[in-house]
Design a protein around this ligand. Structure first.
Ligand code: KIV
Ligand code: ZN
Length: 521
């Protein structure tokens, strides 16, 4: 196989954000985009500009600031979507418009309610419109893997004639099978039957409904695709997208097999995974390939023995290669600023002197309450710091008290500081501490929300661990996520709930993504 380059398109900020219950603020999207830039991905799909004013703002801010990668916005095959996508990315050094439209009969009949000729016409005119704005135009036939092949070839040939420079075969519902007579055959047939395909980049976008997204993406590369799309930690619609970090490490570790180049800084994978997990509130399963907590842990005696003698016995890649930090330094209350800074740098944070001083204050408070401050603790500390700096803050938590127990009535009292700096205190009962706290905060602010998800996790082993709480609330059909951390999980819950309420009050519209298959009026 030729030794050539495979482009990696990261769609964590677009398809990833479509995961049920995730809503990222513009500032969080920017933080992830900067991390993707450090990781050196080739293309960042920064969002879906026409979906909401919040998404438009986020895409344009990323397009203006993030240099290096191509910055893409998704657009339905509609003039307004294409125009908005262009307005959002036009200030990028390297803008891309990504137009998509369903090609399968199932989608055209039941969702678009248009006939195949009408759909073909829409695809061609919208690619032409996008091409009028910029040279870099990607076209995705949605649900391509369930599309009549002859119709698919015709559609692809026409959009290539209209100016598409990347053709992205979307396995929208994760239906493809990664075998020689499955997805590989479809891609070979496309290459054999679509005039002009040899002059554009062939890409794939695989979903994970049958757990085959990464396998299908790798099969596609073997069959000639030179762009693959995915998300960090494999987040995305339903069962998610192909995990970008798994594709990258398969290509890196098995270069002998695939024989292709990638431009990724693999040591940025672990920091990216941690960041996306924190911001999305979606935990990474312990046995997840490449980035799971157990991915480099050896438990059985035989394995430990082998690894102690030579790591290659049971490790096909080394943890340092994906940026998992070594554990040479343990921080505690006697540690100084320099030790903290060195550890944060090893974890992938680069901070100014002022930032280090601010984090050092919070670190000292935590070190007073915990014997050892671990990497996980530091990540949580950094997360809290960055949220304080970027989150829409209406109310801050000044005090929270709780009483309850086995036969007591769960009662919470909260003291909040309102946007004008005025303290407000209220109390409420509930059927447990979390319920009582949420009720007390609702009363103090005068809001009513529905709590749809509550998750508490110990950050580290040991009884003195920090507890991290993720809460999702729903209001008028929109979901808002809040996070909080503390050694006291009642306090962490209050912080998380208030953070979700603040987001709801700021009514950031970034969670308002319209149905992808819908046609705007
Ligand atoms: O899954 C899909 O079909 C998509 C397209 C918009 C590329 O996400
Ligand atoms: Zn998708």
């Amino acid at each position: 196989m030729a030794n050539d380059k495979v482009l990696l398109l990261d769609t964590t900020l677009r398809d990833g954000e479509q995961s049920a219950g995730i809503g990222m603020t513009g500032a969080e999207k920017m933080e992830i985009a900067r991390q993707l830039q450090r990781m050196n991905v080739d293309i960042i799909e920064a969002g879906f500009a026409a979906s909401s004013p919040g998404d438009f703002e986020a895409v344009s801010a990323i397009a203006r600031e993030v240099k290096g990668p191509i910055i893409a916005s998704l657009a339905r095959a509609h003039p307004n979507d294409v125009d908005q996508a262009w307005r959002a990315v036009e200030h990028s050094e390297r803008p891309r418009i990504h137009v998509f439209l369903s090609s399968s009969e199932i989608h055209q009949m039941h969702q678009l309610r248009k006939n195949r000729e009408e759909v073909m016409e829409m695809a061609v005119t919208m690619v032409e419109r996008a091409r009028g704005y910029c040279e870099d135009v990607e076209f995705s036939p949605m649900d391509a893997t369930r599309t009549n092949p002859e119709y698919l070839y015709q559609m692809l040939a026409e959009v290539i004639r209209a100016g598409a420079s990347t053709i992205n075969i979307a396995d929208t519902v994760g239906y493809a099978i990664p075998s020689a007579n499955g997805f590989a055959q479809l891609l070979r047939d496309i290459q054999a039957n679509v005039p002009g395909i040899e002059n554009v980049t062939l890409s794939v976008h695989c979903h994970n409904d049958l757990g085959l997204a990464v396998a299908n993406s790798l099969t596609a590369i073997e069959t000639g695709a030179r762009q693959v799309e995915g998300c960090i930690n494999g987040i995305g619609e339903r069962a998610g997208n192909a995990s970008l970090e798994e594709i990258i490490m398969a290509l890196d570790t098995r270069k002998d097999h695939f024989g292709v180049d990638i431009g990724i800084d693999t040591t940025q994978i672990y920091p990216s995974s941690r960041m996306v997990s924190r911001i999305s509130g979606m935990a990474v399963q312990a046995n997840k390939a490449v980035v799971g907590e157990n991915a480099f842990r050896h438990a059985s005696g035989i394995h430990q023995d082998g690894v102690l003698k030579d790591r290659s016995t049971y490790e096909v890649m080394q943890p340092e290669r994906v940026g998992v930090p070594g554990n040479s330094l343990v921080l505690g209350k006697l540690s100084g600023r320099a030790g903290l800074q060195a550890r944060l740098e090893a974890l992938g944070y680069s901070l100014s002197r002022d930032e280090v001083s601010r984090v050092f204050e919070s670190f000292k408070v935590l070190a007073d309450r915990k014997r050892e401050v671990t990497d996980r603790d530091l990540e949580i500390l950094m997360d809290e710091e960055s949220r304080e700096a970027t989150e829409p803050i209406s109310y801050t938590l000044d005090q929270v008290q709780f009483s309850g127990g086995d036969h007591g009535i769960a009662t919470a009292t909260v003291r909040l500081i309102d946007p004008e700096g005025i303290p407000t205190t209220d109390a409420a009962t509930g059927n447990g501490p979390v319920n009582a706290i949420c009720n007390a905060i609702d009363r103090a602010i005068g809001v009513v929300n529905r709590l749809v998800d509550f998750n508490v996790q110990a950050a580290t082993e040991g009884r003195d661990s920090l507890g991290t709480v993720t809460i999702r609330i729903e209001k008028d059909g929109k979901t808002y996520t809040g996070r909080g951390a503390d050694t006291d999980i009642v306090v962490a819950s209050a912080k998380a709930y208030l953070s979700a309420v603040n987001r709801q009050l700021a009514s950031d519209e970034s969670a308002n993504v319209p149905a992808l298959g819908s046609t705007p009026d």
